[in-house]
Design a protein around this ligand. Sequence first.
Ligand SMILES: [Zn+2]
Ligand SMILES: [Zn+2]
Length: 207
Amino acid sequence: MAGGVSTVCVASAVVKSFEEYEFLAEQAHGHMCAGQILGLRLAIYGLKLLGIEDPTGRDRKRLVTFVEIDRCATDAIPIVTGCRLGKRALKFRDFGKVAATFCDLQEDRAVRVVARETSKQRALELHPEITNKNQQQMLAYRELADSELFSEQWVRVALGAEEFPGYKGERRVCEECGEGINFKREVIREGRVLCKACAGERYYTLL
Ligand SMILES: [Zn+2]
Ligand SMILES: [Zn+2]
């Protein structure tokens, strides 16, 4: 598995080879596609900017990632960062953008990386000989420089401790439905403890 040569094995942020990341991404996502390549590159770039070198080992408790789209690229990001929903380290904000914010909890800083709107056009310019768009973009997204694929901004992510891994809060019970609620997700309404569903944020209707 180890040791593939890669054109975009950028800087020291990469513990695995890019080929190895591709293999893992394809397994997790179900197919290989341009979005996987872009997502891998985006995450590798984010970690490089933060100087996080071993996200799934030594630095595994250092990172929280926010993703802004529920499309292919998003599946590739945890392959690099190790941030998973079930570890409270992966957050989804549905903005419909190929973008992610990487928060370094140790250094208390965060960087938001966005895929450039021009990336598809750059892929076409780089490989006009490839007519299949997915193939064209997959190859180009492996080859293009970080600066051609992404822009970044340093940001502050202001969230309560309960949003981050390791938070242990009191478990409450909804006074309406009787279901348990963790991590301060309860709502206090006229002195009563309610879950978000009973407080009016239900995304489903009861049949
Ligand atoms: Zn895909
Ligand atoms: Zn309830």
